[in-house]
Design a binder for this molecule. Sequence first.
Ligand code: FES
Length: 522
Amino acid sequence: MDNDKIVNPTEQPCSYWLSTTTQTNWPQLNEDITVDCAVVGGGMAGLLCAYYISSKGIDTVVIDAGRIAERTSGHTTAKITSQHGLIYDKIKNQMGQELAKQYAEANETAIHEILKIAEENNIKCDYTAEAAYVYTQKDKNINAVENEAKTASDLGIKASFVDEIPLPIPVKAAVMFDGQARFHPRKFLVPLAEKMDKKGVRIFEESRIIDIEENNGRYILTTEQEKKITAKKVVIASHYPFYQKKGMYFSRLYCERAYIIAVKAQEKYPGGMYINAEDPSRSLRGLNSDLDEFVLIAGESHKTGQGKDLHNHYRALAEFAQGIFTIDDIPYRWSAQDCMTLDGIPYIGRYASDTPSLYIATGFQKWGMTGSIVSAMIIKDLISKGESPWQDVYDPSRKNIAGSVKNFIVENLDVAKHFISGKIKPISENYDIKPGEADIVELNGNRAGIYRDENGELHIVNTTCTHMGCELNWNSAEKSWDCPCHGSRFAVSGDIVEGPAVRPLTKESDTSLVEKLIKDQF
Ligand code: FES
C-alpha cells in the first residue's frame, strides 16, 4: 500500500474509539455549588475515582475542561495490563521487593476490577482477555527479559520466559504475562458515567478549572466561566496537573507523544498484545468488534513539542506493519499524549505532603488503563480509610526515586532551553505561506505562529505558551502548536487542546498585515 495514501497530510487523524461512539453532552457548570468531593478531569482516572469515592456515600462531582473520556482516554491503545515494559525488575532493584510487590498487586487487581465493574454495571465494552508479551530482537536484552520473567513470577504474576511468540516476527526472547486484557475504553466509560449520573454523581463538561484556592479547610475551584465549586476533598486527575502552588510537578513530569495506526490486514491476527524491549518502540494488539477487525500498531514516541515532520512517525509505523502483514487499508490513525515521571512510576496519592485533602493521579507513562483504576482504588482508600496498601510505591512525595536527581536535572535543563526563543525571521515582503502550512515569524515585535488553512484563511497566534512561557513548536501531524516544556497543546485558533495551560493563546485577529505582505509579491 502506498505510504502517502496511508498518511494523507490533509486528513486530520481520528481515533477509532471516538469514531465509533457518540459525543457526550453533559452540561456546563452554570452555578456555584458545594460538594464533598470534586474530581477534576473526566478521563478514565477521574471517572473511576468518582465511581469509587461516590460508592462510599460521598457526594461527588466530576468536572471536565472538554468532553469526558475524550482527550487522553479517547486516544489510548486501551491495553489493560500489569505488564508495563520491563518494570518489575527495575522497581525491585531500585526500590526493593516490598514496593515491587505493591506495584504488582495493584496492577493485577486493576485488571480484574475493570471486568468486575463492567459486569456489575452490565456494560459491553469488547473486553477480551489475552496474554501480553514484551519481546526482544537483540541478544543484549535477553538477560533483562529473563530477569523480568523471574521477578514478576516471584511477585505472584503469571509470568513466563519464552523464546518465541505467536506474532510472525523473529525474536530472541520474550516474557509473557497471562490473564491480561484489552477493551474499548469509551464503550466502558461513557455508559459507566451515565450510570454514575443516575446514582447522583454530577458531571459537568466544557467547564475548565482555572484556579484553586484553599480557604478554611475547604477548596474553592473556579471555572473559566467564573463559577465556583466549594469542596472538602479535591482529586486532580486532569492528566498533566495545572495546579502549581504545591508539588512542583512541572519540574518532575514531562510529556511524550506516540502514534497509533489501525491496520486492516489480509492475514488473521494471531491474538496477544506485544511490545518490544528496545527503541523505537513498537506495540501491537488486536481489535475486534461486531463490525471491525484491525491490528493496532503504536510507537514512535518523542517528547511533545519536539521533532520536525511528524507525519514521518505514522509512515514509520505503516512500514513496520508492512513488514509483518499484507495491508488492505489503514482506516484510522491517531496520536496519544503520555505524562512521564522521573522514575517511571505514576504519582498517585496526596498532592503534596501538606495537602491532606488534595489528591493527584498522574504520570501513568504508557499504561493509563491500569494506572487509572489503581489511582481510583488508592485515592478512594486514602479518602475513606486514610491509607492504602499500595500508597508507598506510588507516593507522589516519595524520596527514593532512584536516578531522580540526574533525571530532574536533565529534564529541567531541557525545559530551560525552550524558554529562550531562538532567532526568528521578521516577516517581510515576498513572504509566502501555502494552504496547510505553518510558520513562526516576528510580527510587530512579537513571535507569531501563522497557519494558513485549506480554505486559504490565515490564523495567527502568539506562540509563547500561556503556562510558563516556553516557546511553542508546530505539530504538522495534528496541526497544533505544542509546548516542548510540559506538553500544553493549542489549536490553530489558539484554543487549548490539552493542558497544563489554562489560558488560550493570544490571537491576532487582524491578519491584514500578513495578507498585505503576501499580496504585495504578486
Ligand atoms: Fe509549561 Fe508550556 S506547558 S510552559
